[in-house]
Design a protein around this ligand. Structure first.
Ligand SMILES: Cc1ncc(COP(=O)(O)O)c(C=O)c1O
Length: 418
């Protein structure tokens, strides 16, 4: 029996074998295992782990979806690129929200959530190699969205972390990073792309407009593709911090694409709806790849998504959701500060990046485990987002106000003061 198992294992490619199960699913599994025990001691788990808003999706979206389901033609195959009405609604949205022109025919591609698109662009760019210094390189933020590293790994590339630190105000000096990379023995010509993510997961930080221009200029100078992951573009708390699109900046269309998602602004994480837009040559590559591996998004979702993007209800939903997030996060930050933690209100997104107490000596996994096992509070250890996450945890402030108050209460009672 064992022999068969071993021989089957050897069939899988090295890249897939090197993957770790996505950290959020590992945490969810652990939470499930402990649930019964935690309920018994009045510590029913409160998840502050996944970046999944808990509010109901816009009623407009649910009503629209229901109303289109009786049309038989809505149930047939779509195309990977997306239905014309969906692409045109996205083009209008990009114009209205960011004042950028993207051609619905050549510069937009529909996605089954932005995660799918980012994984596939990485796959489009990398020629796989198992040899460290021969690998194609993607520059990724460290700390950064945990999936980037695994996406690059499974494609046979190397994820080179660029350092997001308080010292550089979370805007790494790209020329310095390039010099360091070369000094370590990597080759500049192996760099395929730079991923930027502002507003940032897990840090909740934004960058200045001049830094966005710097990223474009750097990529143009070194002939590197610029990938802007703008999944959190609509989650902000002050008009002055309103996130921008990379496509607003001079020269971006020559080198950049941007990823957008319905997941966070409309709490529609399960719908799997997103898009990529920008440079037409890069966008067209999605046509080649995706037409062989998927056949597009359910047309009912595209039609609903299109109507939502164009609707007043959609706009109003975002406004109200942000007002709610602002209030909730402010209260929660206040609660954590009262326990001695040095956390600040983020400028955008709904994450808090929290330094763990000194007594844990930087072991954020231990801190996260203790919080879960003693208090039923589920957070993510900082290392999941890169080695610079050591000593921190990420808190996703998506629970209800009531549950957030319970978290502070439990931390106080269970001895989790800073
Ligand atoms: C930075 C970032 N990018 C992309 C995604 C993927 O979002 P979706 O695939 O739901 O559009 C997430 C989800 O958490 C994220 O945090």
């Amino acid at each position: 029996m064992d022999k068969t198992k071993n021989s089957l294992k050897a069939k899988f490619n090295d890249y897939v074998q090197s993957l770790e199960t996505y950290i959020m699913f590992q945490i969810k599994q652990r939470q499930l295992e402990l649930t019964e025990e935690l309920i018994k001691k009045d510590r029913k788990p409160i998840a502050l782990s996944m970046g999944a808003p808990v509010d109901m999706v816009p009623k407009f979206a649910v009503d629209t979806l229901k109303s289109v389901l009786d049309d038989p033609s809505i149930h047939t195959y779509s195309t990977p690129k997306g239905e014309t009405y969906f692409l045109e609604a996205i083009s209008k949205r990009m114009k209205k929200r960011f004042n950028v022109d993207v051609d619905s025919k050549t510069e937009i591609f529909s996605l089954i959530g932005s995660k799918e698109g980012i994984a596939n662009i990485v796959r489009e760019l990398i020629n796989p190699s198992t040899k460290e210094f021969e690998k194609d390189i993607i520059l990724c933020p460290n700390p950064g969205y945990a999936s980037y590293k695994e996406m690059v790994k499974v494609s046979g590339g190397l994820c080179y972390g660029i350092q997001m630190t308080p010292e550089n105000n979370y805007m790494p000096n790209l020329e310095e990073e390039l010099k360091n990379l070369i000094n370590k023995g990597y080759k500049e010509e192996k760099i395929k792309a730079l991923i930027i993510n502002y507003p940032n997961n897990p840090l909740g930080v934004v960058c200045s407009p001049s830094y966005m221009q710097e990223c474009v200029d750097f990529c143009l100078k070194h002939n590197i593709i610029l990938i802007s992951d703008n999944a959190y573009a609509e989650i902000y708390f002050d008009e002055n911090d309103k996130p921008r699109s990379i496509l607003e900046f001079r020269g971006a269309k020559d080198i950049a694409v941007e990823f957008h998602s319905f997941s966070k602004p409309y709490a529609m994480t399960g719908w799997r709806l997103g898009w990529v837009c920008g440079n037409s040559e890069i966008v067209s590559m999605f046509g080649k790849l995706k037409s062989t591996i998927d056949t597009g998004i359910f047309k009912a979702l595209q039609l609903t998504g299109a109507k939502l993007l164009e609707s007043e209800e959609g706009e109003e939903y975002i406004k109200q959701a942000n007002a709610k997030f602002k209030n909730k996060i402010q209260n929660f930050v206040y609660g954590l500060n009262s326990l001695g933690y040095d956390v600040k209100m983020p400028k955008a997104a709904f994450y808090l990046w929290m330094k763990i107490p000194k007594r844990y000596e930087g072991d954020s996994k231990k801190f996260a485990d203790d919080l879960l096992e003693k208090s039923g509070i589920v957070v993510v250890p900082g290392e999941a987002f890169g080695d610079l996450g050591k000593g921190y945890v990420r808190i996703s402030v998506v629970a209800s106000e009531e549950n957030l108050n319970t978290v502070i209460e439990r931390m106080k009672i269970d001895g989790f003061q800073y």
